[in-house]
Design a protein around this ligand. Structure first.
Ligand SMILES: [Mn+2]
Length: 271
């Protein structure tokens, strides 16, 4: 007879979801911060608070130690089995070497270390069936992890593209998106397909990765703004920052996106 204790379903249901957040990495902190020769891993608070407003806890997942002579005592699968879903944060460019190119400019070299970590993290989530939400760089990471490539700089490859980043306006910069008919996004927004979103990116999808479908584009230049992965595992990515305009009138309401991701996370069997 099996005598293992059984967690009552009511407790399982009320536990807040545990959402893992990939860290941003500052490899060379400015001297005035006081971390000489140290590396900072951090998150931007808007994203954590956006998740927590929807009855989910946000946990940052620092990179696993690699190299050295000691074998790490914890691995990626340990990490992923503790979370109900993963949010891939925005941040530094992806390294062109992660999709088989060399940087056209030194300042577009990106963060190869972060790429490698997040690609491993993403693959482990897919392996364990844990939902993944990619934001800005996170969408690009999903695309590259699935074998796609990126424009290293939109303005270089598409001189006639609208601006997708504005250093002065930063998170106040916005542009229209058009949602594809019959997409998950069209369902989430009741069939309304034209919206305004924030835009803070100079890279974008060039070759779409395997098993990915386009869910939204920037209508005037065709830049891909939203993707979803086919298949059982819930994987979706947005080129904009829904966490920056959770409550901004006139911009796309961010709640349906997050609620859809969290309900996929809720459908996971308890560990
Ligand atoms: Mn954009």
């Amino acid at each position: 007879m099996d005598e293992r204790p059984v967690t009552p379903p009511s407790i399982r249901k009320t536990r807040p979801l545990r959402i893992g957040l990939s860290p941003r990495i500052l490899h060379h902190p400015p001297a005035e911060l006081g971390f000489r020769n140290k590396t900072l891993q951090y998150l931007e608070q808007t994203i954590a608070h956006w998740i927590m407003r929807h009855h989910a806890l946000a946990f940052m997942l620092p990179t696993l130690e690699t190299g050295g002579t000691e074998r790490a005592s914890v691995g990626m699968s340990d990490y992923v089995s503790e979370i109900d879903g993963l949010v891939l944060q925005g941040g530094a460019d992806m390294s062109p070497s992660s999709y088989g190119e060399i940087p056209l400019r030194l300042e577009w070299s990106g963060d190869r270390m972060r790429d490698l970590y997040e690609i491993d993290l993403f693959r482990e989530c897919v392996l364990q069936g844990k939902p993944v939400l990619g934001l800005c760089r996170g969408l690009q990471l999903i695309n590259v992890a699935m074998g796609g490539s990126l424009h290293q700089d939109i303005a270089t490859d598409y001189p006639h593209a609208i601006p997708h980043v504005d250093p002065d306006l930063y998170d106040q910069h916005r542009h229209p998106i058009h949602i594809e008919m019959d997409s998950n996004l069209a369902r989430l927004y009741g069939g309304k397909v034209d919206h305004l979103v924030s835009s803070i990116h100079h890279q974008a999808i060039k070759r779409l990765g395997e098993d990915l479908v386009v869910e939204a584009t920037s209508p005037s230049d065709g830049i891909i703004e939203a993707i979803r992965m086919r298949g059982e595992c819930y994987v979706t990515g947005f080129q904009w920052h829904p966490e920056f305009h959770a409550d901004t009138p006139g911009l796309l309401n961010s709640s349906p996106i997050l609620e859809d991701f969290l309900s996929a996370a809720r459908r996971q069997p308890p560990p």
